[in-house]
Design a protein around this ligand. Structure first.
Ligand code: ADP
Length: 652
């Protein structure tokens, strides 16, 4: 076994690999970019090497720097994780030439499967069923269009270099073929620098079922059953599970045989996935599945397979790369219960799933789960870490296991509902809605399910009056249990320095809210939002109300019934100015982008005059002068700022 390996990745997968390496007594080296200097994977590794700037092209895609880091630290092998350099055969060659081991398949195997058209031709030859279509070299529009007619509409145009659903167009009518082809080519050219395409039959009621395979360098190859990844949004996986719901013995035998055949056809070594598409319009039939592509790496969704087979796939990767034989044969791999994985993202389902950024001011994952179920959280971030615009905005993978599908799914819905994130918008409520959807629960899932029910799954909800009252109390500072370990001391401070009655003004979704707060003699508070009844609340809101409250700069987030409600404190800027008093500066109350600057150095400004516009949490906030003065320094337009950054400094 290796004594030290380098992990050429970041985030949850780097942390995941480090955990197994540590368990096996293998030392780890992390690499990191500027933005990741304080990242969890860096803290977890035995050693860490800074490789470059925040953009991936300056760091995580710099194979040369990564290999140099491995040499410098004495690592013997490189684990690529997924994404980045994981399926780059040239990188594999460079690693090998440097005398290091690539923890993954050979460069030849990656090349053989790298292009969808060539892979399909190869699989056809190996006797694996492939989607009916044209995977040839010809790219002239007349040929492709006539092939499309032969195949029969609807058809799917796919970039041969494709990935992540890019360069893919469904065409329903011959008249639309030409436009769709140009669109697919444009997208493919931009994403992969290769605009060649293939055309295939668009499968009706498609389900995405993939088989995990594993090979070693001694000619062995096994499968570890299937995963169903049909819950997709725009061809991107949202929730994955193992085994596939409704799987029959015949179809499983046919699919796993085909997958092992595919792996053997290219002498595959390491972890790989054969993706199939299934026509489920008439149930699951053994003659209705076709090879789509092979992913020559560990998949994001590998934990569901680990949960049902009990195999640590990363451990197998290390063993196989070190030259060992697969630890068990096919007969030694069993299937136990059912597992789900949900991908928790910083994104806004209400705004078309726009990726979000932000500092994770509050981050809690559930640890308890119902008897007989298990929960596993795969994450690369901690509370206080930021989701930056540089990388994939995944916050965590929430994985559950239960004796059967219904139990595991209930555990997933519950786990996602109890996950608390403040500081960035997330898809948590959407995931919970999907996990509780009746069609999804019935197992009748095809890749179009989310699209058809998107409106229902992303419906927003309004906070209860009680949640509003909790937010209002927290907004005054009295309910900020996190600021003080002892809620009584914060109340004492509240009563001492402030009048006993206060008004809190905050806003939710742009609508202003006013609440009236009275301190009671028992140390609690009467809180009455305008137009609502009054609530008696304790300052330690989290302990008593069934809802949790998180305060962060300029905001209060209330978690209630699996949803999070983000309230903006109406005048965080006044608060920020208070903090800055004496130093005569104004600070950003939250991370954001300086959109517009309306004053310059040397300008004489008066109190209340708008100075700049800060775009934060997708809203624009005008920052006005807190007092009269002359500007000594002001933030630059276009600057990305974190909370606490000085935006304006006044001359003394
Ligand atoms: P990418 O490599 O870009 O992710 P894939 O070939 O893996 O592309 O396909 C991604 C998804 O697109 C599949 O999971 C499936 O939902 C859908 N898809 C692919 N091929 C077809 C097809 N022939 N018919 C219908 N849907 C398809």
């Amino acid at each position: 076994m290796f004594s030290k390996i380098l992990i050429a990745n970041r985030g949850e997968i780097a942390c995941r690999v480090i955990r197994t390496a540590r368990k096996m007594g293998v030392k780890t080296v992390a690499v990191y970019s500027d933005a990741d200097a304080r990242a969890l994977h860096v803290a977890m590794a035995d050693e860490a090497v800074h490789i470059g700037g925040s953009p991936v092209a300056e760091s995580y895609l710099r194979g040369d720097l990564i290999i140099a880091a491995a040499k410098a630290t004495g690592a013997e092998a490189i684990h690529p994780g997924y994404g980045f350099l994981s399926e780059n055969p040239d990188f594999v060659d460079q690693v090998t030439q440097a005398g290091l081991v690539f923890i993954g398949p050979s460069a030849e195997a990656i090349r053989a499967m790298g292009l969808k058209d060539a892979a399909k031709r190869l699989m056809e030859k190996a006797g694996v069923p492939v989607v009916p279509g044209y995977h040839g070299e010809a790219q002239e529009i007349v040929i492709l269009a006539s092939k499309a007619r032969e195949i029969g509409y609807p058809v799917l145009i796919k970039a041969r270099a494709g990935g992540g659903g890019k360069g893919m167009r469904r065409v329903d009518h011959p008249d639309d073929f030409s436009d769709a082809l140009s669109g697919a080519r444009r997208e493919a050219k931009a994403a992969f620098g290769d605009d060649r395409v293939l055309v295939e039959k668009y499968v009706d009621k498609p389900r995405h079922i993939e088989v995990q395979v594993f090979g070693d360098n001694h000619g062995n190859a096994v499968h570890l059953f299937e995963r169903d990844c049909s819950a997709q949004r725009r061809h991107q996986k949202v929730i994955e599970e193992a085994p596939a719901p409704g799987m029959t013995a015949e179809l499983r035998a046919a699919m796993t045989d085909a997958a092992v055949k595919a792996a053997k056809a290219i002498g595959y070594s390491g972890a790989g996935t054969i993706e199939f598409i299934i026509d489920a319009s008439d149930g699951l039939k053994p003659d209705r599945f076709w090879f789509m592509e092979m992913n020559t790496r560990l998949q994001v969704e590998h934990p569901v397979t680990e949960m049902v087979t009990g195999v640590d796939l990363v451990e197998w990767q290390l063993r196989v790369a070190a030259g060992e034989e697969l630890p068990v044969g096919q007969d030694g791999i069993g299937l136990d219960g059912h597992a789900f994985e949900a991908r928790l993202y910083a994104e806004d389902p209400a705004k078309g799933f726009l990726p979000a950024i932000g500092t994770l001011h509050h981050l809690r994952f559930p640890t308890e789960t119902a008897a007989g179920t298990e929960i596993r959280i795969e994450t690369g971030v901690r509370q206080g870490d930021a989701i930056s615009p540089f990388y994939d905005p995944m916050i965590a993978k929430v994985v559950t296991h239960g004796a059967d599908r219904a139990t595991a799914l209930e555990a997933l819905a519950d786990a996602v509902s109890r996950t608390e994130v403040a500081g960035s918008t997330t898809n948590a409520a959407f995931l919970a809605a999907l996990a509780r959807d009746t069609d999804f629960a019935s197992g009748d899932v095809d890749t179009g399910l989310i699209g058809r029910k998107q409106e229902e799954l992303t419906a927003s909800a309004a906070p209860s009056s009680r949640a509003v009252a909790l937010a209002a109390l927290a907004a005054t500072g009295a309910g900020n249990a996190e600021a003080s370990a002892d809620p009584w001391s914060s109340i004492a401070g509240y009563a001492h320095f402030n009048p006993l009655a206060r008004r809190a003004s905050l806003s939710f979704g742009g609508a202003a809210i006013v609440a009236h707060i009275m301190a009671r003699s028992d140390g609690r508070f009467d809180v009455r939002p305008d137009g609502s009844e009054s609530f008696v609340l304790s300052a330690d809101a989290s302990g008593t109300s069934g809802a949790t409250v998180a305060s962060w700069p300029g905001h209060v987030t209330v978690f209630e019934n699996g949803r999070s409600f983000d309230f903006a404190i109406s005048d965080p800027f006044a608060r920020a100015a208070e903090i800055g008093e004496g130093t005569s500066s104004m600070r950003a109350p939250m991370p954001g982008l300086v959109k517009l600057v309306r004053a310059a150095k040397g300008d004489k400004v008066t109190k209340g005059q708008p100075l700049l516009v800060l775009e934060a949490m997708k809203m624009e906030h005008t920052i006005a002068a807190t007092h009269d003065g002359v500007i000594q320094e002001i933030a630059m337009e276009g600057a990305q700022v974190t909370d606490g950054t000085v935006l304006v400094r006044f001359e003394e």
